[in-house]
Design a binder for this molecule. Structure first.
Ligand code: IMP
Length: 438
């Protein structure tokens, strides 16, 4: 049996996983997503064309068999919109299959997401993407009213589950003055089922058969480690296990089937939504100016929501934690070019909490909120990095920066990204030692 290699984000998302998966996927037979839903936003540039994918694994751009696994929550309307958009641009999407065990994001989940966030108020709200992710996962765990993709193609099961959900939610929706019509929901969901039927598979056996037949599998993480529901900056997280730890349940694979892991890290940090962010550049006008420059050059506006992302220096405390949690074999450092015009670049090497130096990533959000960054300032890179194609081509400042990052992560640098295009990438022997490289 072969192993499934994985690509996961090591920060708060938007690290550039889409580009890494896109680069690697030509070498793999199957690409699998195991968590999250349309909250993810993978932005990939292929032949100068930018694609924004939310639910569809980015391997589809290579015409690969792409699997939406059991751990994903699927919003069919969003899925079809994405497939139609890809088809219009000539992308063959016939390789996409969806696990019958995956859960469905229903219209009422999005309404609940909106209501809940509104009721929490601006200081307590998580700042979700309002894609219904939390309510859909909550429904899954509550069980009796949840709808799985397999139910969409079984009218009797679908009707009974919709009726159960509507009666359980009736009081809440009435109180909010929102309509909830079981017939209408059934009609919508039945139409989704009709369209989805050819894509629905029992993906767990399919994956096991593929590995037994020595087909190669690449697992694509969505969201990222610090948003992992158990190991991220709880409660300011998403509702799935977005680290590598979610792969077993979310794809249906035993731990020993997981091979090598590439951890994707941006050369700085960003965060969308609420929650503590110790390395955030927001304390002074000068910091906000640097953050603004990084945001503009890095196009740091949400792929899913368009929100401007919060920006900070690369946080090595968080990176060390995330690299270890995921058992990362190599890191991919993305968007290095975004920093190359700065006179100085900061790396957060520790926190100070209540006057004490802390090097371990705190598990409680209150401690993290009080953490003050201990920043090591490095000289700027000393020139543009965009045209480098080997590590040796990089200016000395950029190389020193990468060395510091690799040392902190305790993992070698396998890939460096210097722009959105596929060609704007340096790969090292550490990457080919870890995963299949074109
Ligand atoms: P939810 O996943 O929509 O419930 O949002 C929970 C938190 O995770 C919010 O702070 C979102 O902004 C954040 N989030 C979820 N998915 C992503 C992602 O793919 N990139 C960045 N942030 C995300």
């Amino acid at each position: 049996m072969s192993h499934a290699d994985a690509v996961v984000g090591l920060q708060w998302g938007d690290e550039g996983k889409g580009k890494v998966v896109d680069l690697l996927s030509s070498e793999y037979d199957l690409i699998v997503r195991y968590n999250g839903g349309a909250n993810a936003g993978h932005s990939v540039v292929v032949n100068g064309e930018r694609y924004a994918l939310h639910l569809v694994p980015s391997g589809i751009l290579h015409g690969k068999q792409s699997v939406i696994g059991p751990g994903v929550v699927v919003d069919p309307a969003q899925l079809f919109a994405e497939l139609d958009g890809l088809a219009e641009r000539g992308v063959d999407t016939s390789g996409l299959v969806v696990s019958d065990r995956a859960h469905v994001v229903m219209p009422y989940h999005k309404a609940e997401d909106e209501l809940r966030e509104g009721s929490l108020g601006p200081t307590r709200a998580i700042g979700t993407t309002k894609r219904g992710i939390g309510p859909a996962y909550a429904e899954k765990v509550q069980r009796s009213t949840a709808i799985r993709v397999g139910d969409l193609i079984r009218p009797d099961a679908l009707r009974s589950r919709i009726d159960a959900a509507v009666s359980a939610k009736r009081a809440m929706f009435d109180a909010a003055g929102l309509g909830l019509d079981a017939d209408e929901l059934f009609e919508t969901a039945s139409a989704w089922g009709d369209r989805m039927r050819p894509m629905v598979v029992e993906s767990t056996s399919m994956l096991h058969d593929a590995l037994s037949a020595h087909r190669s599998v690449l697992i694509e993480g969505a969201n990222a480690t610090l948003l992992d529901v158990d190991h991220g900056t709880y409660p300011y997280v998403t509702s799935s296990n977005a680290s590598v730890l979610g792969i077993c349940a979310g794809a249906g694979l035993p731990p020993r089937a997981i091979g090598r892991v590439v951890g994707v890290v941006k050369a700085y940090c960003t965060r969308v939504g609420g929650g503590p962010f110790p390395s955030e550049l927001d304390a002074t006008d000068q910091e906000r100016e640097i953050a603004g420059a990084i945001r503009e050059k890095g196009r740091e506006f949400g792929t899913t929501t368009g929100r401007p992302r919060r920006v900070g220096w690369l946080d090595l405390v968080a990176l060390r934690y995330a690299a270890r949690l995921n058992g990362v074999d190599a890191i991919a450092v993305m968007l290095l070019d975004v920093l190359d015009e700065l006179d100085q670049v900061g790396l957060v090497e520790a926190y100070e909490i209540d006057g004490e130096r802390v090097e371990a990533f705190p598990s409680h959000t209150d401690d993290l909120a009080r953490a003050r960054p201990v920043v090591r300032m490095l000289d700027g890179f000393g020139g543009s990095v965009s045209d480098a194609r080997r590590l040796e081509d990089l200016p000395a400042g950029a190389r020193a920066y990468l060395d510091a990052v690799a040392e902190a992560a305790g993992v070698p640098v396998g890939l460096v990204s210097l722009g959105p295009g596929r060609e704007q990438t340096i790969t090292t022997s550490e990457l080919s030692g870890a995963v299949r490289v074109p």
